[in-house]
Write a protein that binds this ligand. Structure first.
Ligand SMILES: [Zn+2]
Length: 121
């Protein structure tokens, strides 16, 4: 059994990498080791995470991504690649709200239909 085999997968490029126990111990020194294989991919991870939970808007995310080495963009996970391209190449000057997903809550509609309008007066 190889004790040097990969035991972690990069959240950004999907590559397997080896995280040793001392990496876990030194997670304050190397926080990126917990999620990604390189510190550069951890930057991407943080930006996309921040964008997805609404900490950064698209313009801010774009600015941050432009400071990251994206030369291996094509080797990244498909969903990560799609988000990065969307941030970088979709012009966001017009309206920010448009890109936010609109959830159609069908259950709310049903409740409304079921609820009878009662005039008790
Ligand atoms: Zn990676």
């Amino acid at each position: 059994m190889s004790y040097m085999s990969n035991n972690a997968t990069c959240a950004i490029c999907n590559k397997g990498y080896y995280m040793c126990n001392s990496c876990r111990d030194f997670k304050n020194l190397y926080p990126w080791k917990l999620h990604t294989d390189t510190s550069e991919h951890f930057k991407i991870y943080q930006i996309i995470h921040g964008y997805s939970i609404g900490v950064y808007n698209k313009a801010e995310s774009k600015e941050k991504l432009q400071n990251v080495d994206l030369s291996d963009l094509e080797t990244l996970r498909d969903n990560i690649k799609a988000i990065i391209k969307d941030i970088l190449y979709t012009n966001e000057d017009v309206q920010q709200d448009i890109t936010k997903p609109v959830f159609v809550d069908s259950s709310a509609n049903q409740t409304k239909k079921r609820r009878k309008v009662q005039k008790s007066e």
